[in-house]
Design a protein around this ligand. Structure first.
Ligand code: ATP
Length: 211
């Protein structure tokens, strides 16, 4: 799973998720957060963001939209989602939480973060602009968990950490929102499908510049 605010989804989300899927030979679920706990609240509603993700994913089978967090009240804690997914797939199957390297460095601020290692592996997607520095408690936690390759992830259901090298794409949703708020088009930073229906990006065009 790749969780995120997806406010809105952009081409780097799609490309890194795609490359991770190929790297692991697995499908990837994109899981938009309803109420992201670690940041300012999104510009678009959860439904609006999910609609953009759905449009962006049309025409392929490997990446899927998973709306489970949209139905949950309160902060969308990733650990709760992992508990649900683990219950669905059983105890033995490997489950991988994908996070960008920037998000991974902030893991110790996530709710019940240590438990996540009991529920899933963590695949860390390289992201330009992040130097890879990790806080000491995270470095200590993962010291014995580093996984040599994607195949080895299948040997256990959870607990390993695997760097996943992906094409460096310096695109952020912040940049996309800023362009839209300035009345400019984020053409080629977001998938073409988001322009096909003028309602999809409308929430960003009508707000003032937001970071
Ligand atoms: P914002 O600019 O609003 O903070 P964002 O572009 O970081 O948004 P999120 O929805 O917060 O997008 O990201 C979801 C996940 O995708 C996070 O784990 C994040 O690190 C990862 N991610 C986002 N953009 C990239 C990128 N360009 N390269 C690699 N990973 C990325």
């Amino acid at each position: 799973m790749l969780g995120g605010t997806f406010d809105p989804i952009h081409n780097a989300h799609l490309r890194v998720a795609w490359e991770a899927a190929e790297f692991m030979d697995a499908d990837v679920r994109l899981v938009p957060a309803n109420v992201p706990p670690h940041r300012d609240q999104p510009v678009a509603t959860a439904d609006e963001r999910a609609r953009c993700v759905r449009a962006a994913l049309a025409g392929q089978q490997r990446l899927m939209l998973d709306v489970r967090e949209l139905g949950r009240e309160g902060p969308s804690y990733t650990v709760d989602t992992l508990v649900e997914l683990r219950a669905e797939i059983g105890d033995d199957r490997a489950l991988v939480l994908l996070v960008g390297s920037d998000a991974f460095a902030g893991l110790p601020s996530w709710h019940r973060w240590r438990e996540m290692f009991d529920l899933a592996h963590i695949g860390v997607l390289t992201r330009p602009g992040h130097d890879g520095a990790l806080p000491t408690e995270l470095r200590t936690k993962i010291a014995s968990r580093r996984c040599p390759n994607a195949l080895a992830l299948r040997d256990s259901p959870a607990g390993r950490v695997l760097p996943i090298p992906v094409t460096p794409l310096e695109i952020s949703a912040t940049q996309v929102r800023q362009l839209l708020a300035q009345g400019r088009d984020p053409r080629y930073l977001v998938p073409e499908a988001l322009f096909a229906d003028s309602r999809l990006l409308a929430p960003y065009r009508t707000t003032s510049a937001s970071t």
